[in-house]
Each structure stands twice: as structure tokens, then as C-alpha cells.
Design a protein around this ligand. Structure first.
Ligand code: ATP
Length: 267
């Protein structure tokens, strides 16, 4: 990352074109920014961004790990409160993928999306997203119609050999973004994310499915859907529907796959 500028909440706010109502904290090191925000949700009243210069126990889906290296990775989590019940958030990971991909595109780095939510460059993973949610109890102890999502994001700005060697799959990086002032980069990502999250809260994934399909890495390609190491479906990808389900054309049938913990691989 650009060695001249250190990340700071004040500098990120100063780089935003319009004021954002988000508390921003930067820490030198932590285990997982998602875990830290999840532990503090009861004390938060508004959106909070936590950036770690070094994250030692980054989390992925289903207990997997997100690996990063100080100075080479941008790792952060954004806690955001949504109206409506938890199940409204089904398509949220895909909408966050759209936010990242569109902002990277605007910064001059074209990227694509692998269902459900990886940001890819040249077929390799550039950024990972992990969303962890909590419903909120109201004063009577009943479930309220609001919930928190903690949106964790890791982006490989650079890929030092030592980091690449630890990752079990092809990974990509973005030297073009690495040369930017990190505060300006974070401000651009945060501005786009807040706009997408506000729109998602109002209209759900239906407002994004065309935008997601325009960024889809595997449209028309033959893919495998894997669940706990086993191939459970195989077919041709036709993008996602208004709920974020993957449309998979198999022999004469169109399947709608819900993300859950399944994974997609190109055949
Ligand atoms: P799948 O592709 O199987 O659906 P996933 O992409 O959803 O899985 P995540 O849980 O988002 O997986 O991310 C964790 C996985 O990402 C790890 O198991 C590892 O394969 C890969 N990974 C970990 N760190 C990095 C990194 N810095 N860059 C690229 N890939 C990484």
C-alpha cells in the first residue's frame, strides 16, 4: 500500500465528496474486524467502520480463513443496521459484491463477480466478503423488525510471495489500487457501499440483480455446485434472479440455487 499516507478516520472522511454518517476507527492489529464489531453491536447506535492494518484471524464462510499481510491487504468491516427481519438480507452479500466491483471499476480496475460474492480479476479471487448478522431484541424481549449486518471485506492490494504461498487457490491483486492514497481508496469504497446499503435496505436485492448480472464472471459457462466437497449440481450459469439465487440450467430444468454454504467451481 502507498507508504506515504497512513489510514485514519479523519483523512477518510475528508476524502469523501459528501459527509458520511459512519464512525470510522483504524486499529494497528486485531484478530478479526468482524468479531470485534459483532462483540460491540449492543453499544453502537449507527454505522461503524473498523479497519485493521493487520488482521491475524480473518474469517471466511463456513469456518474458512481469509489470509492477509500487513501493507499488502485492505481489511475492514462495516456494521450496518437494516429495517425488516433477517431473512430480508439473503441477497446482501451479492449487493456488497456489486458495490465493490462498481467502485473498483470507477477507479479504473475492471473486475467481475463469482457467485455468490467473490470479486475476481482474471479468474482469480481479488476480494472476499463475509457477512455475519444479528437480529435485535426490543425492550419486551421480542425480536424487533431490525437487524445488524457486519460486513467483512478483505482486498488483496498486493500479493507478496509469502502470502500467495499460504492461499490454497489462485489469488489476484490490484497494484493499481495499491498505489492510491489508501484514505482516498477507502473513501471511494465506503461512499459506494453506503449508497448500495441504503438502497438495499429500501428495495432489497431486486434493485441490484441486473447490476450483478452485468458483472457476472461465468455467464453461459458450465459450472459445478459443490456442497461439503461433493458436486451436487452441474449446469450452465444464467446469472441470478431477483432474490440473488443462481439460475443453473441443467438437462431441461432450470434450478434456483440458494447460496448457503455451497461453492461454485468452473468445470
Ligand atoms: P468458495 O469459493 O468455495 O465459495 P468462498 O470464496 O466463498 O468459497 P470465502 O469463505 O469467501 O470462500 O473465503 C475463504 C477462502 O478464500 C479460503 O478458503 C481460501 O481458499 C481463499 N482465500 C483466503 N485468503 C485469500 C486471499 N487473501 N486472497 C484470495 N483468496 C483467499
Amino acid at each position: 500500500m502507498n507508504a506515504q499516507a497512513a489510514l485514519s478516520g479523519g483523512a477518510i472522511h475528508a476524502c469523501c465528496a459528501a459527509p458520511l454518517k459512519v464512525d470510522i476507527e483504524v486499529v494497528a492489529e486485531t484478530g478479526s474486524t468482524n468479531a470485534d464489531l459483532l462483540a460491540r453491536l449492543d453499544l453502537m447506535d449507527g454505522p461503524t467502520l473498523l479497519i485493521a492494518e493487520r488482521q491475524s484471524a480473518g474469517r471466511g464462510r463456513a469456518g474458512r480463513s481469509w489470509l492477509s499481510a500487513p501493507g499488502a491487504s485492505l481489511t475492514f468491516s462495516l456494521a450496518w443496521k437494516f429495517h425488516g427481519p433477517l431473512h430480508n438480507l439473503l441477497g446482501l452479500p451479492l449487493a456488497v459484491g456489486v458495490a465493490l466491483a462498481e467502485s473498483m471499476g470507477e477507479l479504473g480496475l475492471p473486475v467481475t463477480l463469482k457467485w455468490p460474492n467473490d470479486v475476481q480479476r482474471d479468474g482469480a479471487k481479488l476480494a472476499g466478503i463475509l457477512i455475519e448478522t444479528r437480529s435485535i431484541q426490543n425492550a419486551d424481549g421480542n425480536r424487533d423488525q431490525t437487524c445488524w449486518a457486519v460486513i467483512g471485506i478483505g482486498i488483496n492490494l498486493l500479493l507478496p510471495d509469502a502470502l500467495e504461498a499460504r492461499i490454497d487457490r489462485p489469488a489476484a491483486c490490484a497494484p493499481w489500487l495499491a498505489q492510491m492514497d489508501p484514505n482516498r481508496l477507502m473513501a471511494a469504497l465506503l461512499t459506494h457501499l453506503t449508497s448500495v446499503l441504503t438502497q438495499f435496505d429500501a428495495a432489497g436485492f431486486a434493485a441490484f440483480h441486473r447490476r450483478w448480472n452485468a458483472l457476472h464472471a461465468h455467464h453461459g459457462q458450465h459450472v459445478l455446485i459443490i456442497d461439503r466437497g461433493q458436486v451436487v449440481h452441474e449446469g450452465c450459469c444464467s446469472g441470478v434472479d431477483q432474490l440473488g439465487r443462481l439460475l443453473l440450467d441443467t438437462a431441461g430444468t432450470r434450478l434456483e440455487i440458494v447460496s448457503g454454504d455451497v461453492s461454485l467451481r468452473v468445470k
